[in-house]
Structures are given as C-alpha cells and as structure tokens.
Ligand binder design. Structure first.
Ligand code: LLP
Length: 425
C-alpha cells in the first residue's frame, strides 16, 4: 500500500482522501497514484546512487505528469519507443537525460533519437549499430552509445520477464563474444561515441545476487575492452528490475544496500586492473511507481460456487491489469468502503471480460457479507497495469488520478466511447 494510505473505520484513505469520495467523483475502475509515495521512491533511489544516475523506466507507467515529477526530482528517463519519447519531450524533459532502448527500434525512432539529441542510445544488435552509425553521420551527430550485453545470468523471476540468460531476444551475448565484437565495430565508426555497457537481467527480482554477478561481468568486459582497444569506457548502466512487495511476506531489496554492493563490486574489479571506476546508472521502473498505485473497483456480482469458493466480479479486470493472467502475478486486495465483521470467505476476484482467465486476484479472503456496490482496492498496481492496459471487449481504459495533500487531480482521463470509436471507418 502507498506510504500515505491509512485504514480508517473500514475505509481507506490515500494522500489524505477517502477512496469512497474518489470513486464517487471519478468513477471506477480507477487507478489512484500517490504522488508522495512516487516521489519518495525516486528520492530514495537518487540518494542511494548519489554518485551515479537514476533513470526512471517509463515502461512501468508514463504519462506527462509523471514525466514532470521525474524531471523535478532530478532523475533521467529510460524510453523504449518513439511514443514514450514523445510523452517526455512534450513536457520539456531534457533530451540529454533520456536513454533510448529497444531491441528493434525503427529507423524513424533512431532518427528521432539522433535529431533530438537523446543522452544515450543503447544498441541491441549489429544491424542497429550500422543503422545508427549511418543516421548519425547523415545528421552530423555523434550519439553516446551503450552496448546492451547479455550477461548470462539466470534471474529468478517469471520466464517472460527474465532477460539476461542467453536464449532470449535482448542484447549481445557476452559468452559468444558478440558484445566484444559490437565494441570493436562501434569504435571503428567515427559517428558513434561508445561510452559504456548496459545490462538488464529481468524484472521483479528480489534476490540481489543476480545484479552483483551482472555488475562483475560488465566490469570485467570493460577491462577486456581497455586491454584490446586501449579505450577506457566511463559508464556502466546496470538496468532495473528491483522487486517490490505485492503480498504479505514478500521481500523487497533495500536500495542503499544494493547500491553499496554494486559500487563495491565494480570498484574492486576496476581498481584491481588499473581502470578508472565508471559512473553507474540504474533504471528502476516498478520499484518507483509500483506501490504508489492502487486500483479501485466496484463489486457487481457475488457468486457462490458451492463448496469451492465465491467469485467476486468487479467492473474491470484483465484489460486494466493483465499481470495475473500473463505472469500468474499475486496481489493484495481489501474491502475499502465500509467496516465488516463478517467471517472471511475464500474468494476469487475476477473481472468482467469474456474469458475465465480474467482474474485479478486468484485466491484471497474477503468478508462474507460482500454485496454489489462495495468498493475493492487492489494494492501495488502502479507498475505495468495502466501501461499494459488494453481495450479488450471495448472497455475504455480507466482514468489515473494523482492524490497528494488531500487533493486529487486527473492526470490521465478515462477513455470514452468516442475514444473507442475514433479512427474507424
Ligand atoms: N531497463 C530496461 C532495459 C528494461 O527492459 C526494464 C523493464 C527496466 C529497465 C525496468 O524494469 P523494472 O525496474 O520496472 O523491473 N511487464 C512486466 C515487466 C516487464 C519489464 C520490462 N523491462 C511485468 O508486469 O512484470
């Protein structure tokens, strides 16, 4: 739950506002974003990496207002499409604090990155090195480039969000020598400035060992590049992926501990080989925005399936949170509109979509006196819920409301039927 949330007499307040009032004013389903919680996490990261850079990963959740918060807190931004870049530029985000990612950036995306002057482009393939080199030369630019290195770490997370083992689409492999070959090719291109290496091992990772192995392997590759080419690369970008608590008992790594450990590993490797210690960057997404978000739903039906469980249907579902269906994610939810002393009943919180995989929370206990009209709040939906939202079954995407100091503002409007019909013949 967000830092400013409080449970008062059966209701729930976030940012000093009662969720019942939020639901009444803005409707449901509703994404509520605690601005204080978001900013506090951004500040924690900045302090933990005071001698490096923190780039918020916009894929977790980005909109114009969030881009402003990131800008105000002094963080950089990681974008992975022209669309994310456009959101950032539309609020005057300084391009030199933006890193452009993606395993298959289009020519138009690369050209945009070069012409607006993004701070870094992370190259992910040999084709891309050639394309970027050509485009940079064409525009008389010399972008700073990082090589995305597949470091061969098996991250302990869901298969779909593990990204540093060899058999997946991202990056240039360390073990096969592709990453070293990429360095050789970039260094031979006068229009590209190779400044460092990048790795991102996966997402929702709570065991910090993988980050440390990745950092050690990247630092070792820096040494190898110095030995082979006589070039000292000044930067290492260690990606994001820090896990957050979703349900009781979930561990979440302490950023300060991680920052100290990563710094020490990189320093030890580099100093032992007489290499200057590079500047570190991290790219957290979920761990900044995840716990700041709460989704509010209204209960529509309560169906007791004799002897098994009770199905509680709410007015959204897999279109506003696909993570349960896609990754088997687990969430915490609670009745948020009144006090109940009823016995707990084994429930499944489900949506209103036309398939049985449309589950928000697979197994949870809700009070047995639940009735239509009750409000349910689901915690930690700030990351990868609105950004992965769809219009499945032509449901409009819910609004995002930012709350702070007893005030609420719509930062992304609820879609309307008109939005749904736009652009159709
Ligand atoms: N940097 C790069 C290059 C990334 O690919 C990602 C996430 C991040 C940083 C930020 O990772 P974070 O700190 O948020 O874990 N949709 C999935 C997560 C996909 C993550 C993709 N890349 C989910 O809902 O769990």
């Amino acid at each position: 739950w967000p830092r400013t949330s409080e449970r008062i007499a059966g209701s729930l307040t976030i940012g000093g506002l009662d969720v019942r009032d939020l639901a009444k004013e803005f409707g449901t389903p509703l994404y509520v974003l605690d601005e204080h919680d978001f900013r506090a996490h951004a500040i924690d990261f900045r302090q933990a990496f005071h001698d490096g850079d923190v780039h918020y990963a916009g894929k977790a959740f980005l909109c114009r207002e969030v881009a402003r918060w990131i800008m105000q807190e002094g963080l950089g931004l990681d974008v992975c499409s022209a669309g994310e870049l456009a959101v950032a530029l539309s609020v005057g985000f300084p391009p030199d604090r933006i890193t452009m990612h993606g395993n298959n950036k289009s020519i138009a995306e690369l050209e945009k990155a070069v012409t607006v002057g993004v701070g870094h482009v992370v190259v992910d393939s040999f084709e891309e090195i050639a394309r970027l080199g050509y485009l940079a030369e064409k525009h008389g630019a010399r972008p700073k480039v990082l090589i995305r290195v597949t470091v061969g770490v098996e991250a302990h997370t869901h298969e779909f969000i593990a990204t540093a083992h060899d058999d997946q689409k991202f990056g240039l492999s360390l073990s096969s020598g592709a990453a070293a070959e990429a360095a050789r090719r970039i260094l031979a291109m006068p229009s590209l400035e190779l400044v460092g290496l990048h790795s991102h091992i996966g997402s929702q990772i709570t065991d910090t060992a993988g980050f440390e192995v990745a950092a050690r392997r990247l630092a070792t590759l820096l040494v190898q590049i110095r030995d082979e080419h006589g070039v000292v690369l000044p930067e290492l970008d260690l990606g994001g992926g820090y896990g957050i608590p979703y349900v009781d008992g979930d561990e979440s790594p302490d950023m300060k501990v991680i920052a100290d450990a990563l710094r020490e590993i990189v320093t030890t490797v580099c100093q032992s080989k007489g290499l200057p210690v590079p500047r570190l960057t991290v790219e957290p997404g979920r761990s900044i925005v995840g716990t700041a978000g709460v989704t509010l739903y209204e209960v529509g039906t309560v169906k007791d399936v004799e002897g098994l469980r009770t199905y509680v249907s709410v007015d959204g579902g897999m279109s506003d949170n696909v993570r349960t269906a896609l990754y088997g994610a687990d969430y915490t939810a609670r009745l948020a509109s009144r006090e109940s002393t009823a016995a707990p009943m084994l429930s499944r919180l489900v949506g209103k979509h036309c398939e049985s995989g449309d589950i928000v929370v697979r197994d949870l206990y809700l009070p047995a006196d639940l009735v239509p009209g009750d409000l349910i709040a689901v915690a930690a939906t700030g990351a990868y819920c609105r950004s992965l939202a769809s219009n499945y079954n032509y449901l409009p995407k819910p609004a995002v409301v930012a709350v702070a100091g007893g005030k609420a503002r719509v930062i992304v409007a609820r879609e309307t039927e008109e939005d749904l019909l736009r652009g159709q013949l």
